[in-house]
Ligand binder design. Sequence first.
Ligand code: FDA
Length: 403
Amino acid sequence: MAKQSDVAVIGAGAAGMMCAAVAAQRGKRVVLLDHAARLAEKIRISGGGRCNFTNLHAGPQHFLSENPHFCKSALSRYTAQDFLALVKKHRIGYHEKHKGQLFCNDSAEQIIQMLKDECAAGGVEWRMPCKVAGVERQVDGRFLLQTDSGDIEAASVVVATGGLSIPKIGATDFGHRIARQFDLKLVEPRPALVPLTFDEAEWKPFVPLAGIALEVDVETGSFKGRNPTGGRFREDLLFTHRGLSGPAILQISSFWQPGTPIVINLLPEMDLAQTLIEGKGSIKKQLGNVLSQWLPARLAEGLLLAHGFALDARLADMPDAQLRRLGQAINQWTLVPNGSEGYRKAEVTRGGVDTRELSQQTMMATKVPGLYFVGETVDVTGWLGGYNFQWAWASGVAAGQAV
Ligand code: FDA
């Protein structure tokens, strides 16, 4: 005999727990299932263990999707301030770090405990660890879930199994498989908020720079037309052994299209060529020392050598054309990544269930009444900075209120 329920939520991560809590507190009988042995690992490791749980400025402009308008409804009905009110209600200390990003003072565990408490307040029934072998829609419109802890029959199923990033802590393509099973379109998934890599031979001159970090401007894509695809950020960049990382690169990776360049301005506050040409008469130092005034010395040296300039060249002896070439190399360093570090290192997955298949008010699949998708399974991807959790909360609440 199958267990009878109003709602089965599959995936007890950020969106799933939020959705289960909201539905249960409305009086629905909710079963929440997860295949992992440890609860909400992604929340636990997020924000360096302190969970950047939202962003005060979160708005639709901070999300990527084939259908950029889709996220507006849910985000406007459950805002960063709404989540913050919950955090305050649970007396969790927090602080703003950078550009509206809110973090726990102590530990991400507090957010997990808060969501567990909210689920408990509604009487959510947990099944964990629990594997779901299949989801079927019966002739009466109810869903039958076959699990390794018995069958469950529910009027609504919410798929909250997240994206593909970090498979070693339990990420699966379950959400995408369910979408395909019910004939719903997917936007091709790919790793996002991820370090970028370069051809080994091309990157060789920059390997010794690993560990250097500095603030840069970075951009990629096109800003023309009615639907610009480009991204532009001023954030910190980090050199790694295989390529580039740091917030600047994670942000731009979500916009980057394979085969296209990224352009980095390593001295965003200065027109280097102009400064050097104007200073030719007065600056007596060697080129390496000149550049080290503005860039970390190891980086200045590494870049000069990589671009074929002698460290001991005297500014006064250098033709303007050479100084312009150097200026271009620093102010508009143009590189074509050969790929990324992949789902192993990606913070999120771009793409997922095509939003044109879902109601923006409820997250329900319009052609499969009773079937909902929330959080990262959906083709809505936030920038770095607390936006992805805000989407998980907002889409979880939207479905939780509708089931
Ligand atoms: P989430 O991944 O949270 O939950 C999915 C759940 O489904 C998991 O519990 C999983 O075990 C379960 N599941 C998967 N497959 C299943 C199956 N087949 N059967 C049953 N259960 C299954 N975002 C942000 O806003 N601020 C931040 O600070 C960070 N930091 C951060 C750090 C790192 C290292 C990563 C990898 C990611 C972040 N993120 C982030 C992104 C954020 O963690 C992510 O966007 C949300 O957790 C997505 O919430 P979901 O509920 O959709 O998925």
